[in-house]
Design a protein around this ligand. Structure first.
Ligand code: SF4
Length: 122
């Protein structure tokens, strides 16, 4: 999903990149769902989910979308709706604590080496 949103990307969770265009890059409107759209546009939602299920970026895309909440308030990312991502964030916070993003970053050696922006380091 490539729709531009307002917010700053977490430096340890950059948006995954593909050498070839993903389906959401080729047809971004097919992934553009608001909170209330998911019941009204079920066939379109299922089509987007099917595309995500075949996407090699899906695991990293989901993590990116969960961490970068301000960049993903709407839209389908890794097959998830905005409401599902809210539930997943709440589950992560319940399981790992309020600093769940830092916990996830610490668990991944590759992410530990990525710089943290000064405004997030405090
Ligand atoms: S998983 Fe879905 S939303 Fe994420 S990059 Fe792939 S096609 Fe796009």
């Amino acid at each position: 999903m490539t729709t531009q949103r307002h917010g700053i990307e977490h430096p340890q969770f950059p948006q995954p990149q593909s050498p070839t265009p993903t389906q959401c890059q080729r047809t971004p409107l097919a992934f553009d769902f608001e909170y209330g759209d998911c019941n009204r546009k079920m066939p379109e939602l299922e089509a987007a989910r099917r595309a995500c299920s075949r996407c090699p970026l899906a695991p990293d895309c989901l993590l990116w979308a969960l961490v970068n909440k301000d960049l993903t308030p709407v839209g389908i990312f890794a097959g998830t709706t905005p409401r599902q991502r809210t539930k997943l964030r709440n589950r992560l916070a319940a399981r790992l604590g309020p600093d769940w993003i830092d916990v996830l970053a610490d668990q991944d050696p590759a992410r530990r080496t990525l710089a943290v922006a000064p405004d997030r380091a405090a």
